[in-house]
Design a protein around this ligand. Structure first.
Ligand SMILES: Cc1cc2nc3c(=O)[nH]c(=O)nc-3n(C[C@H](O)[C@H](O)[C@H](O)COP(=O)(O)O)c2cc1C
Length: 195
């Protein structure tokens, strides 16, 4: 059994914060799993937009009209997984997600968003509509927005705040893996586990 580095929990948050600011970092791409409205599981890839080491909070951005927002409003418990293929390390986190839509926190995230990313939220038809059911006037509205150069879409934007309650850390090794779990309700003390 391989052993994890000392100060493992701080190292994890340092790694997450660095990934959130680096478009080329594979750990920026997270699988975020939620509970379907009718029960069962759902998951999708989201870009990590921020990691607050002091509060142990992860940030994601999304369209507030999306399915994940409807699911999280009913059941805020979610799981987040990311992987560093070079270091062969997986982070598997559980937490509760709150949705920031029309508050100052969402404004702050919107202000930091690059122009191209903002424009995606200006798409007039909401997500998951049958293409055959879309009114062509809506498509025209999108093109008008693009032509005008104005930035719309704030009304569709949401920032997801995931307050992490546990972290499962796994590093694949040559023959021996290293595995540890840290929980908020245990003061983030790392417990070493078999893998
Ligand atoms: C590489 C990649 C990055 C993505 N990043 C985001 C993201 O940051 N935010 C987002 O809402 N959707 C993102 N998506 C799209 C989602 O995976 C998903 O298809 C979309 O959000 C709808 O999910 P939902 O129906 O579960 O709400 C990304 C997809 C890929 C392939």
């Amino acid at each position: 059994m391989d052993t994890p580095p000392p100060n493992l929990e701080q190292e994890i948050w340092r790694r997450l914060a660095s990934a959130a600011g680096d478009p080329l970092d594979p750990m920026r791409l997270c699988t975020v799993a939620t509970v379907l409205e009718e029960g069962g599981a759902d998951a999708r890839l989201l870009l990590l937009r921020g990691a607050d080491a002091d509060e142990r909070v992860l940030w994601f951005h999304c369209d507030r009209r999306s399915r994940k927002v409807r699911q999280l409003k009913l059941e805020p418990n979610a799981a987040v997984v990311c992987y560093d293929p070079e270091a062969k390390i997986q982070f598997r986190m559980a937490g509760e997600v709150s949705i920031h839509e029309d508050d100052a926190i969402a404004d702050q995230h919107w202000a930091q968003l690059e122009f191209a990313a903002r424009d995606r939220y200006a798409q007039a038809p909401e997500p998951d509509v049958e293409l055959s059911e879309i009114d062509p006037r809506l498509a025209r509205q999108v093109r008008d927005v693009e032509r005008s150069g104005e930035v719309h879409g704030r009304e569709n934007f949401a920032a997801l705040m995931c307050v992490v309650s546990s972290i499962d850390w796994l590093r694949l090794g040559e023959g021996a893996d290293a595995h540890a779990v840290m929980r908020r309700d245990e003061g983030w003390r790392a417990r070493l586990l078999t893998s």
